[in-house]
Every structure is written in C-alpha cells, then in structure tokens.
Design a protein around this ligand. Structure first.
Ligand SMILES: *Cc1c(COP(=O)(O)O)cnc(C)c1O
Length: 386
C-alpha cells in the first residue's frame, strides 16, 4: 500500500519538497543540446558555496558511494598508505573501498557514538609519515556523530603533506563545511540526504590543488575518472548521460537554498537538533551521542526500557512515521531520527508528539506532553535569542 501521508524521517532518503518534485517532472531534453548546457552552467557555480569551495563541484550520476569511490580511485595507487577514521558504518565503508583498491589501510577505530579526536589523527600520521590521504566522515549517519572535520583537516595540513578527503553525504546542504578554509581536498556528497532530492546524484568537490595529483595518477579508471567530468564541465556537459530529471530538481533545490539563505538553513538544522535532543531528555530517552559530538542532521536514541524496533514498528503502523533503526552491532539497540533537508521545526513538534503516544503504548515512564513542551521551549529559546 502506498501511503501518501507517511512521514519520512530516516537519515536518507529524505522527503523531497513539492516544488522540487514538480521541477523534476519536465519533458526530457537532449544531454548534448543547448538546454542541458544552460542547466549545467547554471548549476555548477551555485553548488560551490554549499561545499565552501571555489573549486569545481562535479556531478556524477550514481549513489553517494560512487562519490566515495571516485575520491579513492582518482588520488591513490595500489600500495599507497592511507588513514581512515572508522566510527561507524560509513567510515567502515570508506575503509572497505580503500581495501578493495589495494591500499594499505590504517584504520583509526573510534567507539561508535563518539567523535574522533584530532590528536588521534596527528598521532597516526606521525606513526605513518608516508600517508597519502586521510579519509574522514563528516556526519557518521549510523550513529549521529558530527566529526570535527575542519579542525582535523587543518591539523593534517599543519603536520603532514597528506590529502584530506571528507564524506559529507549526510551533512552537505544541512551543515556548513568550509572546504577551502580548512584545507579539505575532496568533499563528497549525495542527493538524497540534506540535498532534498531523490537518490541518484553524487557530488565531488575537488580543491584546485588536488588536480595535479589526479592528473598524474596512473591508476586505470573510466566511469569515475574525474578528469573527464572536469573536462566536460568546461563545455557545460557531463561525460555520460546525466540523470537529467534530478538535475532539473537540483536547480530548484538551489533556488530554495538561496532563497532561505545558507546560514539560515544551517541554523534551522541546529534548531531541529536542539529541539529533538531536549525533547528526548524530557522523555527519559537516552541519547547515544553527547551534545558536543551530536550531528545537526540525525539523532540516535538508545532506549533502555523498551525495544527500539518495537517503537519503530508502532510509529510506522499507527502514524506512518518512519524512523531508522541501528546498523551493524547497533541493530536493535538504537533508533535514529533524520531531521535534514526538507524538514523543519514544525516536523519536530509533529514527530515528538507521535513518539510520545507510542511511548505511552510501550509503557515508558514519562510525563505526557513533556517532550513537546521541551521542544517548544528549545525553539522559543532560539528565537528569543535572535
Ligand atoms: C548515505 C551515506 C552514504 C552513501 O550511501 P549511498 O547509499 O551510496 O547513497 C555515504 N556516506 C554517508 C555518511 C551516508 O550517510
């Protein structure tokens, strides 16, 4: 059964604004014609501020993982030493990609739910001075931790010559990253998280200083060869047929982000995070992540008086509220709320109100209305400050 009233609050895919849906629903155009060129030439420069770079942001048709993989194949050769921070399922994926491409992978394992410390990265670099690149995850979606990637990149740059690659799939569009200022060399993202689009587009922002590494890299690659994307972009094109409907949608997403203003967009995510976390505290729901390490796009809760899966099931059945579960060893241990992209404080009030009803059904001990009141208070506090 397709239920149009479902409330999708998973950390990707996330809901798509109606105006973006309408924009995607346009007649097809030729991908080598003038209309497509106009579209690409409009989109390409407008993506740059979202990634905090003056470098090129390349658009690849593929899921977010294709952007991760492209960063690996374009800057490394077999046998290269790399450091990968693994603090959850997506850090682990980055490490797996690196292993697949025959790199010598030095994992920094961080307990799931915690953020990496910049000193750990520096220490690892000192142990392995030949490290070619450091791979980091900005928002580790599996736990809801936002890693200090800008600080980390600055430290890597200050103490080594390693490249810094950041997975921003579940943060870009919802949280600011100043790629150029912090020295991040490659920042990748995808369309279906905070970028308010369906799955299918991957973004690869490449710092100008990295192109010599990419150009000189002899590793064979074809679909994900960033050199062809850069070359084609000069003429407003892509090397292969792009997901044109998604590009139509992306143009509208850029309109929406610019209309609201990026700073406001990022603030809105902070407000949603604070509302959600304050509500959880008021509802006696243990948060997996500390305030300092918490992501502004996804919140993880580790319940101790009921089964996380039971709450997810009931919320879905009764209200169509769709939350995510845990991954790997956190499966069944946590549930995760996505508040990213096309999500607003009004949605937080709605899902907290629903969660309260489900908590009553589960016999959880709390004062009815306390969660909504705490979320309201967090919202009011923010807007009073403004
Ligand atoms: C969703 C996600 C990805 C990519 O997932 P795809 O399924 O390939 O789109 C990568 N990294 C993070 C942090 C993510 O949240």
């Amino acid at each position: 059964m397709k239920r149009e009233w479902d409330l999708l609050h998973t950390p990707g895919p996330s809901p798509v604004p109606p105006s973006v849906e309408r924009s995607m629903n346009q007649p097809m155009i030729g991908h080598r014609g003038g209309k497509c060129k106009e579209l690409m030439n409009d989109i390409a420069p407008r993506l740059k501020p979202i990634f905090g770079t003056s470098g090129e942001v390349l658009v690849v048709t593929g899921s977010g993982t294709s952007a991760l993989e492209s960063s690996v194949v374009n800057i490394t050769q077999p046998g290269d030493e790399v450091i990968v921070v693994v603090a959850g399922a997506f850090g682990d994926r980055f490490a797996q990609i690196c292993e697949t491409y025959e790199l010598e992978v030095n994992r920094i394992d961080v307990p799931w739910g915690e953020a990496v410390e910049v000193d750990q990265i520096e220490a690892a670099l000192q142990e392995r001075p030949h490290t070619k690149a450091v791979f980091l995850t900005h928002c580790e979606t599996s736990t809801g931790v936002m890693h200090p990637v800008e600080k980390a990149a600055k430290r890597v740059k200050a103490t080594s010559s390693a490249l810094v690659v950041v997975d921003g799939v579940s943060s870009i569009g919802g949280a600011g990253v100043d790629m150029d200022q912090s020295g991040i060399d490659i920042l990748v993202s995808g369309s279906q998280k905070a970028m308010m689009l369906p799955p299918g587009l991957a973004f690869v922002a490449v710092g100008d200083q990295v192109w010599n590494v990419i150009d000189d890299n002899p590793r064979p690659r074809f679909y994900l060869d960033l050199r062809s994307y850069r070359k084609q972009l000069e003429g407003g094109q892509t090397p292969f047929t792009p997901a044109l409907s998604l590009l139509f949608g992306l143009q509208q997403v850029l309109d929406l982000l610019e209309e609201e203003g990026l700073d406001h967009v990022f603030d809105r995510h902070q407000v949603m995070k604070e509302m959600t976390r304050e509500a959880c505290r008021a509802l006696n729901l243990p948060l997996l992540v500390t305030d300092e390490a918490a992501s502004s796009t996804v919140t993880s809760i580790r319940p101790d008086t009921f089964e996380a899966e039971q709450l997810r099931k009931l919320a879905n059945e009764e209200f169509g509220l769709i939350l995510a579960g845990g991954q790997k060893h956190l499966k069944g241990e946590i549930f995760r709320i996505g508040h990213m992209g096309y999500s607003r404080p009004s949605n937080v009030l709605q899902y907290i109100g629903i969660i309260e009803i489900i908590l009553k059904r589960l016999g959880h001990d709390f004062e009815q209305g306390a969660g909504v009141a705490a979320a309201q208070e967090a919202y009011l506090k923010r807007t009073r400050e403004e």
